[in-house]
Design a protein around this ligand. Structure first.
Ligand code: 5GP
Ligand code: ZN
Length: 112
C-alpha cells in the first residue's frame, strides 16, 4: 500500500470501482474513462510503480496479469482484445501503480 496511490485505494476498497474480478493478489475493474466499448484494467494489489520497477520476483505476478486478460475478456463477451502497459512518463503512464489495460468491443480495433 502506498499512501496516495489511487489503485492501492481501489484495491483496498477505500474508493469504489466497477470491479469485475478480485483474488488475494489481483483486482480488475472498468476504466473510469474508457477508450473502447470495453476497457478494463488488471492491477496487482502489490504496489509496483511500473514495468521498469519489476524484478525477477515479480515474474509470476506479471504472468498472472497476462493470463487473466483472456479469461476476463471472454467473461466480458470479447472475441478479441488488445492489451497495453504504459510505462513511465514517456510511455504515457499516468497512474504509477502497474496495470494492464484490456480494450475490446469494437468490430475491429484500429491499428495503433
Ligand atoms: P495509464 O495512463 O497510467 O496507463 O492509465 C491509467 C488509467 O487509469 C487511465 O485510463 C484512467 O482513465 C484510469 N483511471 C484513473 N483514475 C481512475 C479511477 O479512479 N478509477 C478507475 N476505474 N480508473 C481510473
Ligand atoms: Zn499503488
Amino acid at each position: 500500500m502506498s499512501g496516495d496511490c489511487i489503485f492501492c485505494k481501489i484495491a483496498n476498497a477505500q474508493i469504489p470501482s466497477k470491479k469485475i474480478y478480485e483474488d488475494e493478489e489481483v483486482i480488475a475493474f472498468h476504466d473510469i474513462h474508457p477508450n473502447a466499448p470495453v476497457h478494463f484494467l488488471i492491477v496487482p494489489k502489490l504496489h509496483i510503480e511500473s514495468l521498469i520497477s519489476c524484478e525477477s520476483q515479480h515474474q509470476a505476478l506479471l504472468g498472472k496479469l497476462l493470463l487473466l486478460a483472456p479469461k476476463l475478456a471472454k467473461e466480458q463477451g470479447l472475441a478479441g482484445f488488445r492489451t497495453m502497459i504504459n510505462t513511465g512518463h514517456d510511455g504515457g503512464q499516468e497512474v504509477f501503480h502497474i496495470h494492464l489495460h484490456v480494450f475490446g468491443g469494437s468490430a475491429k480495433l484500429p491499428k495503433t
